[in-house]
Design a binder for this molecule. Structure first.
Ligand code: GLN
Length: 490
């Protein structure tokens, strides 16, 4: 492979070449930076690129490798980080005016873990402001474009991370998923995206949106890479009381192209009205493929409470957001509007000018749902239905090893198409929200195209069944070549 094509590598390919000293981390990083310089003007995946920092880190890694230090699979490999995770000394904006100049004094735990493995951070990716959205158009800075069709959205809110991976502007990326924000952009950009079980990955240093739903996850070029990133980021963290001290397996261990006898259910509620014909057809073909490979498919599974998921999510997520975002008062950090007659007015003006429309809409919805007269009717009711949704999944998983659904009912839509209609935008996550509500893991993998626009398949499992999901995903990937296609960018 030519030195200027190294950005196309996966983690495991790059790792092999680094280990054998056929390439250096500096060469790899330079190739990624060159690719960024070439295509970023079209894709706009990044909010910040830290070229000098990346090259310095890469040089340090090369020195370590030269002097015989052990490498891990992530050592010396460039990564992009969604701009919602705190990076010490590197601006962390959440794509919001509120944090436009915020430089965190500490690293998120996932960043510490990547740094301990000598990963090379290349930049921070664009997102919907505070992770609220499904298209990355709610960024306060600029929208990200889908590398498969630059007139379309990459999905969101981790749209910058997904587009960056799809465009080979990085070897892999991290995103966060509160209602689908890793999986839906993964599907729309034809990359692999995993939302782990709630509590599997530390949220310390992840800027909070809805704390009971948020989870960090990898966006990668293939399933093996996804497992490798999980090996690095999963695990208990004393700094996050909701992280779980459940042993971390080697996620690559069950990457075998064999799914014979696995019981896979197809919940009919996910083949929703309004779903595009091409998506339905692609999913049916993918599921038939799994069946040919020996999985036992049951097409008749039902999860009747699914129909409440969207309503539940849009009570719970805004409620938590309204509390979490109360900290942006212009005093502690971030944007501050000082031109005011009183402290109250300064706070009001800071929030008026610092937050965008969608964020304000969520804060108002959440504050309303939590207010004295409505708390029982909305918030408490939603929590009860959340329990029912969780129980329904528990029951189904007594019979099935996994469920398979589309990730998104539609292919990437045009920039601007849903911007004026919040309900239409909210519907983008109809297939992904229930897993956050139930705290269960799910992965999206490439499963086809409609006129060169990506289609994703979602595989869902019970808590801590990431290995099973990766196994099914890996087997399907081995049998297909969707993941090898590259967007027609250059
Ligand atoms: N699109 C959903 C929302 O706007 C989910 C976002 C996310 O997962 N961060 O809330």
């Amino acid at each position: 492979m030519l030195a200027n094509e190294l950005h196309q590598l996966t983690i495991h390919e790059a790792h092999e070449l680094l280990k054998q000293r056929k390439i250096s981390s500096t060469e790899l990083t330079k190739s990624v930076l060159k690719r960024l310089a070439e295509v970023e003007g079209k894709v706009h995946a990044c909010v910040t690129i830290v070229e000098d920092f990346a090259l310095q880190e890469a040089e340090k890694v090369d020195e370590c490798i030269r002097t015989g230090h052990a490498t891990t699979p992530l050592t010396g490999i460039p990564v992009l980080i969604k701009d919602v995770m705190c990076t010490r000394g590197i601006r962390t904006t959440c794509s919001s005016k509120m944090l436009e100049n915020f430089i965190p004094p500490y690293d998120a735990t996932v960043i510490e873990k990547l740094k301990a493995r000598k990963a090379v951070i290349v930049g921070k990716t664009n997102m919907d402001e505070f992770a609220m959205g499904s298209s990355t158009e709610h960024s306060a800075f600029f929208p990200t474009h889908n590398p498969w069709d630059l007139s379309r959205v990459p999905g969101g809110s981790s749209g910058g991370s997904a587009a960056g991976v799809a465009a080979d502007e990085t070897i892999y990326a991290l995103g966060s998923d509160t209602g689908g924000s890793v999986r839906q952009p993964a599907a729309l950009c034809s990359v692999v995206g995993l939302k782990p079980t709630y509590g599997r990955v530390s949220r310390f240093g992840l800027v909070a949106f809805a704390s009971s739903l948020d989870q960090i996850g990898p966006l990668t070029k293939d399933v093996t890479d996804c497992a490798l990133v999980m090996n690095a980021v999963a695990g208990h963290d004393p700094k996050d009381s909701t992280s779980v001290s459940y042993p971390v397996p080697d996620y690559t261990q069950q990457l075998i192209p064999d799914i014979k006898g696995l019981r896979i259910g197809i919940p009919k509620e996910y083949f929703v009205e309004g779903m595009q014909g091409e998506v339905r057809a692609a999913l049916q073909a993918a599921i038939s493929r799994l069946q040919e490979m020996g999985a036992e498919i049951d097409w008749e599974v039902s999860l009747p409470h699914t129909k409440y998921a969207l309503a539940i999510y849009y009570i719970l997520a805004p409620s938590e957001a309204s509390a979490n975002l109360a900290r942006y008062d212009g005093v502690k950090y971030g944007f501050s509007e000082r031109n005011a007659a009183s402290v109250i007015e300064a706070t009001e003006r800071t929030r008026q000018f610092g937050f965008g429309t969608e964020v304000k809409r969520r804060i108002m919805l959440g504050t309303y749902a939590l207010s004295a007269g409505y708390y029982d009717a909305y918030y408490v009711k939603a929590q009860k239905v959340r329990t029912l949704i969780k129980r329904e999944f528990d029951q189904v998983f007594e019979e099935y090893d996994a469920l398979v659904t589309p990730t998104s009912p539609i292919v990437p839509f045009k920039l601007g198409e849903k911007l004026e209609d919040p309900m239409q935008m909210y519907l983008s996550d109809i297939c992904t929200l229930p897993m956050n509500i139930a705290g269960i893991p799910a992965i999206s993998i490439p499963a086809g195209f409609a006129d060169n626009l990506p289609i994703g398949m979602q595989i869902i499992g019970k808590p801590f069944s990431e290995q099973t999901l990766l196994r099914i995903a890996f087997a399907y990937e081995q049998a297909t070549d969707w993941h090898k296609r590259k967007p027609p960018l250059s």
